[in-house]
Design a protein. Sequence first.
Length: 604
Amino acid sequence: MIDVTAPRPQQVLKSVYGYDTFRPSQEDVVLRVLDGRHCLVLMPTGGGKSLCYQLPALLRDGTGIVVSPLISLMQDQVDALKQLGVRAEFLNSSLRRPEQRRVEQALCAGRLDLLYVAPERLLTDSFLSLLDEARIALFAIDEAHCISQWGHDFRPEYLQLAEVRGRWPEVPCIAATATADEPTRREILKRLRIPADGLFVTGFDRPNIRYSVVLKNNPKKQLLQFIREQHLGDAGIVYCMSRRKVEETAAFLTDEGFDAVPYHAGLSSHDRQANQDRFLLEEGVIVVATVAFGMGIDKPNVRFVAHLDVPKNLEAYYQETGRAGRDGLEADAWMTYSMADVVMMRKIIESAGAGEQHLWAQQHKLNAMFGYCETATCRRQVLLTYFGEDHAGGCGNCDNCLRPVETWDGTVAAQKVMSCIYRTGQRFGAAHLVDVLLGNETDKIQRFRHDRLPTFGVGAELDKREWRSVIRQLVAANLLRVDVTGYGALRLTNACKPVLKGEREVFFRKDPTPVKKKRKRAVDAAHPETPADKVLFEALRLLRLDLAHAQGVPPYVVFNDNTLLAMVQHRPQSLQEFSRLSGVGEVKLERYGAAFLEVILEHS
Ligand code: ADP
Ligand code: ZN
């Protein structure tokens, strides 16, 4: 029998979260779970997965048990839920005994809507018998790809979650992840016994992120210019490959007047924690980091992710850049790269001593990464295609779409390079080959008698920079490969044959000269435009920071940037008008409405 007095998902969405509409798939998932059925939710970062299990947990009897591998994220989620007036707690190794007791009692007494637990905790006998006493509304398994041996982040303890599922077969189970290719998906469904019709997939596109790649040429200066021109005062992450470079870059940005902190595995855990806390709890902090940083960082208003070095594959790149703009407002993924980066990466991969199969996969992935850097077409299309999703291109929010790259027919140039490589015995690097093509009389040329080759001096139509670009693009197109065991000697690949025979044309992109480009306004701006709006926005940010500091929580759990921007845009004049803003639920209205309204009225 349907209880007509019970609150509906839509009502709870508004009263608790302050949102008017569900995002794609959210409502279907919620209804299915309310119906007691299982599902697997695949959504990109920031897509709104949490709501898919939080909301049904609020509507069903008992406590929703959320399994999450990331301790730091639990704290954040619970903080945010408490701000909404939801009775949420977590259990993990960071809690003291008495605290833990208190949470366990609340669970058994039915006083919790949601409980976050680490997988290893869930699997203990004591916790399982505790669950026997409690009423379970649902199981939610976050980062569900960890259960798959196919996935990139397999965790053995996740395998046992299947047993827990078996113990309470009638309790609905929702698995959620942002990364799962076909085999990984199938494995999750199978292990957790979720029927195939319980799979919900939304596109993986992150339309608010603008992707750009620039050729490396004094990267620190390029970074500085990028931040100064586009992200003054914004929070961001700068990724570098080595600890040393992290330290140098952080010091450089600090000297230039930015609030920048380093983060890498060589720092003491105390320093790492302190720097991470500053990033989360304050506004406008830049973290310069190795890949060690980012897991479990849920800060929604990271406005840019910059890469000073090329990541080792597109999976890593997409995951790292995905930390920008979780709030859906405009954000940048910006990267500098060079041929040397790729050679370096190849060396690292090849010296890791992995098995042949694995090595081959890694090289293949690096090639795709490099191809992405060099592409003259829409970057979003390249990315999504790589992840198995169709995209028509022309996204209007990547550097190539905003300023189409000019291309030229380089078939003859490609043939010249190839023939030059062949005739010099496939033993030389780019610098020497360019000298041969340009007919430079260097010592090395004399020594090897390369001035006698028919290719000597045949390349006067291009300059040195252009030849280097040609070679880079030939490597990216897999027509040449760099031999990293020697000194970066270039070799021909099998794919060269049709080009040499004139059966295949080759097009190159012209290296673009950087120009400032205007973003097309399909994406919501992250900052107000007029001076008056800016002043109000700053005042609201300050108030938010004060309120957050007083409670020891990150500012964005008070209100996120979207809600602040809505305040600036709509300038509500009463609490009633204030309550209509997106992101203002009943509890936040009561707690913060008056304070924010006062600031808004002062600025009217
Ligand atoms: P994910 O877990 O998929 O990375 P989250 O669940 O953290 O994403 O959601 C990302 C952001 O989107 C959060 O700030 C969340 O409050 C917001 N959000 C989720 N669902 C909605 C909705 N229906 N309307 C507006 N904002 C939403
Ligand atoms: Zn594009």
